[in-house]
Design a binder for this molecule. Structure first.
Ligand code: HEM
Length: 232
């Protein structure tokens, strides 16, 4: 039992459930405000975006700190982002639209912020479905290419947020700035510039390539895309 409780993955799992627990607690105590559906939609939307950005932060953090073991949390974080996206979408189609498929279709076509949100959600599905070991091994190099979709997905998420707010765009711009920073942080390693300068990033490209291929074979995730791989 003690060993189980000392497992950081368990604590991370519990932490990822907190936004949902908060919604349930607020719902039970009548604390969701005058428009509970809007509250739930906004909360789950925000946590989807946070989840995507935290997932994208794992790779730069690993490189900056040299803590390669952080990779083992990435898959869970990515899947939690997908989980909140599912809740967000379900809230919309169920509580907001009452399964009015014609209305939903019209919304997707006519309201640009819904169009990009929907596109982001649809693109997330193959990442979630292929996030396991077996698919990683089966897809080989294509797995990595597929999981690079995380970048446009996060960007669509930010655009979705930016387009839906009517007045104050501060929050979506903050999300956009964080995403830009996370992408910029990847560049030096991509270009190989910091690999020799930064003590923890000193993995030669050829070696890195070999190791990635090796790890992909063993089912470990060290993909540059930094999306849903499970890691060691
Ligand atoms: C990866 C996919 C998605 C992300 C990251 C995302 C993110 C967000 C965010 C951050 C918000 C605003 C939260 C706030 O106001 O504090 C939001 C609101 C919303 N989203 Fe999404 N969303 C996604 C997909 C979708 C989809 C698929 C739909 C419906 C088809 C949708 C419909 C909505 C609606 C209706 C709102 C509330 C708009 C309002 O209050 O005026 N979203 N979403």
């Amino acid at each position: 039992m003690g060993r189980v409780l000392r497992n950081p993955k368990l604590w991370l799992f519990a932490a990822c459930l907190l936004p949902l627990a908060r919604l349930v607690a607020l719902g039970a105590s009548g604390g969701l405000g005058a428009n509970p559906i809007e509250f739930i939609t906004r909360s789950t939307g925000t946590w989807t975006l946070v989840g995507l950005l935290v997932t994208l932060a794992v790779t730069p953090l690993r490189r900056l700190t040299g803590r390669a073991g952080l990779i083992r949390y990435r898959r869970m974080l990515g899947l939690f982002a997908f989980f909140y996206a599912c809740l967000h979408f379900t809230t919309y189609i169920w509580l907001d639209q009452f399964f009015d498929l014609a209305g939903i279709g019209k919304d997707i076509v006519k309201r640009p912020f819904i169009t990009v949100g929907f596109a982001a959600f649809v693109l997330l599905i193959p990442l979630a479905v292929t996030s396991n070991h077996r698919m990683m091994r089966r897809l080989g190099r294509r797995w990595q290419q597929l999981h690079r979709l995380i970048y446009p997905i996060a960007l669509l998420g930010v655009i979705h947020y930016l387009w839906l707010v009517k007045k104050d765009v501060t929050q979506p711009l903050i999300f956009g700035a964080v995403l830009t920073l996370l992408l910029i942080m990847r560049l030096p390693w991509r270009l190989g510039a910091l690999q020799t300068l930064w003590p923890f990033g000193a993995v030669k490209p050829a070696k890195a390539g070999r190791r990635r291929a090796d790890d992909a074979r063993k089912g470990r995730g060290v993909n540059a895309a930094g999306s849903f791989s499970r890691g060691q």
